[in-house]
Design a protein. Structure first.
Length: 625
């Protein structure tokens, strides 16, 4: 229940910062990100959303407003859809008839590719992993191709790839704003048994025609580009028909026209042209790859995580799948393994190097997620904020990628680059030098990035280094919970606080909208209106932080609490976030008293001098025992 409530609160915060339900054009998610298409990007508040501790990063790229959440992104997506009243179709489908937004060709390409492939990416990865394990089971003697067990599991692993045009027809239909079942029928015709039988007959010398036009049959099983191109044309034709058909008949007449026109046109023109395009793409990549495999591996291993940060990696996904469809294997996915494990190695280096408990937790969980192919938690939470670890991870990816490229390692089924991909690099003939090359590339990348991080240490911008003195957390120190101007308690425009009757302390006029934990301790109390919070340190110091004057009148509006009574805290943990600008517009005084509630138990409290600018995490109050 608490987890559900947490997702609901996060969903509400996300909706508020993207401009509300009315600003959402479409929403989908991938392995770690919510991918919004917004009507007006100027209404979105990326900086404010980044203050939410549950948000790893906000990226605006490829025409999308991307909110990086982490492994529980699907649960957050459901919560956002529920909070916004979005159905599955409304969340993922471009409104019918809506013109494509203007933007660069790359931005539109990334948007289209992510919209088509994201919905079934998890199933695609699972199918690829199962294929890899089946390939591994043959040389190890666990299974044989003649056994019923192998046949059934192979059918389970191969079904998605074999009928990929059917799946792409559905997702592409939704993305292009058409009837997805109509586009699924069109793409399904490409892998119909009669079409496959005609392909086999043509290979034997037989010829066929459609209305006197010769037909060149192609095996479209596992193909990518023909199904997507056919879906786009079908959606375009559907819109044209719906504009002209009488309402009484268009529900069945439009699909009739589309099926009758698009299926023959796909088999006669669209399919062969798209297939030729795919062959040219595969040949072009091979020409570059064969020129210097180690160089191609080094470049891709270096830049992959940079592409991931900006969401540009989606532009490479069709190339990988096209290589598998046309060539039966793909070197790009194998090269990505070192790129992934370079960031894992850096995260492990941070885990071993840092003494910050919170950072150790982030690094450990990020490294584990990275092993299974999800690098965003490690990148956004650990390596990228530290800069050097991220660079070291890219260096490890470059060297490891060069090793994999030099070994000419390939994958033989698609999936996310993860530890399981090592099973997918096993060729049909069994384990050979290319497999060991992939293993060596991963080991080099992991070891090198980890070693560099350990040797070079954590730079000042690492998360473990809190701003200006956060690391100084003696038993008698209270760190500043906010950034802003420090003022004497007597200057606060509230007699209750100014008189000292609530306890000794000082106040801060905040210039940012978040309250951080000032010591190691526990949340003692939290006001229902979330405008004030009580804390107790491990050394027995009781602190009250009251955000603004008379803000209780807001009844919780503009405040979000990220902790609850009884929660353990440590310096730098986010306790409460608040919408500072909105509260100022309403005329509220945001002077925030920081009170030692049990100050009468101590010899004294030394506050910071008034008028001094303080930073969250810097020494603020000293309790004298």
């Amino acid at each position: 229940m608490e987890t559900t409530m947490q997702y609901q609160e996060l969903a509400s915060d996300i909706l508020r910062h993207v401009g509300g339900r009315e600003n959402i054009k479409s929403l989908l998610h991938c392995a770690t990100r919510l991918r919004f298409k917004l009507h007006d990007h100027h209404q979105a508040d990326a900086a404010g959303l980044k203050l939410n501790p549950e948000v790893l990063m906000v990226v605006e790229s490829g025409g999308q407003f991307q909110v990086v959440i982490g492994n529980h992104v699907h649960d957050v997506w459901l919560a956002v859809c529920q909070a916004a009243g979005l159905s599955d179709d409304a969340a993922t489908q471009q409104p019918a008839g809506e013109e494509e937004e203007k933007g660069s060709l790359l931005a539109r390409l990334i948007d289209v590719v992510s919209g088509i492939f994201t919905p079934f990416l998890g199933v695609l990865a699972a199918s690829g992993i199962l294929k890899g394990f089946l390939a591994l089971s043959l040389p190890l003697g666990w299974l044989s191709e003649s056994s019923g067990t192998w046949r059934i599991l192979f059918a389970a692993s191969d079904a998605l790839f074999y009928f990929l045009p059917l799946v792409l027809g559905y997702t592409a239909g939704k993305k292009f704003g058409g009837n997805p079942f109509l586009t699924m029928v069109v793409s399904g015709s490409l892998v119909h048994p009669m079409i496959l039988q005609a392909f086999e007959m043509e290979a034997g010398g037989a010829t066929e025609s459609f209305l006197g036009i010769p037909v060149v049959y192609i095996n479209y099983a596992s193909s990518v580009i023909p199904a997507v191109c056919a879906a786009w044309f079908c959606c375009w034709l559907e819109r044209q028909c719906n504009k002209r058909m009488p309402a009484a008949v268009k529900n069945f007449l439009t699909p009739l026209v589309c099926i009758t026109v698009v299926v023959p046109l796909t088999l006669l023109v669209i399919g062969p042209l798209a297939t030729r395009m795919g062959e040219l793409l595969a040949a072009g990549f091979l020409a570059v790859y064969e020129f210097a495999p180690w160089l191609a591996g080094g470049i891709l291993g270096t830049l992959w995580q940079v592409c991931v940060i900006f969401g540009l990696h989606w532009g490479l996904v069709p190339l990988m799948m096209n290589n598998l469809s046309i060539l039966g294997h793909d070197p790009m996915l194998a090269i990505l393994l070192p790129a992934v494990f370079g960031q894992v190695g850096s995260a492990i280096g941070v885990l071993l190097k840092t003494r910050d408990v919170r950072l150790k937790t982030l690094a450990g969980s990020g490294a584990v997620a990275g092993v299974f192919g999800v690098t965003e938690p490690a990148v956004y939470g650990v390596t990228l904020p530290g800069r050097r670890p991220f660079i070291f991870g890219c260096i490890g990816g470059a060297v490891g990628g060069a090793v994999v490229g030099f070994s000419q390692s390939q994958v033989y089924s698609f999936g996310m680059a993860s530890i399981f991909t090592l099973a997918q690099v096993i060729p049909p003939g069994g384990v050979d030098s290319t497999v060991w090359g992939a293993v060596a590339g991963v080991a080099v990348s992991l070891g090198l990035s980890c070693l560099l991080t350990l040797v070079a240490g954590a730079p000042k911008s690492m998360p473990e280094q809190k701003p200006q003195g956060t690391g100084v957390t003696g038993d008698n120190h209270i760190l500043a919970p906010l950034s802003g101007a420090a003022v004497a308690l007597e200057a606060v425009a509230d007699a209750t606080f100014a008189s000292g009757v609530m306890g000794a302390g000082a106040a801060i006029i905040p210039d940012q909208g978040r309250v951080l934990a000032p010591f190691h301790g526990e949340v003692a109390s939290l006001f229902a209106t979330r405008h004030a919070i009580g804390l107790i340190s491990d050394s027995g110091i009781e602190v009250l932080i009251h955000i603004g004057i008379d803000t209780v009148k807001l009844k919780g509006e503009h405040f979000t609490a990220w902790v609850k009574p009884g929660d353990r805290i440590q310096p730098g943990d986010v306790l409460i976030t608040f919408e500072r600008e909105a509260m100022l517009r309403k005329g509220y005084d945001l002077s925030t008293p920081v009170i030692i509630s049990n100050s009468d138990e101590f010899a004294g409290v030394e506050p910071a001098q008034q008028g001094v600018s303080v930073h969250a995490g810097a020494p603020f109050l000293l309790v004298i025992r």
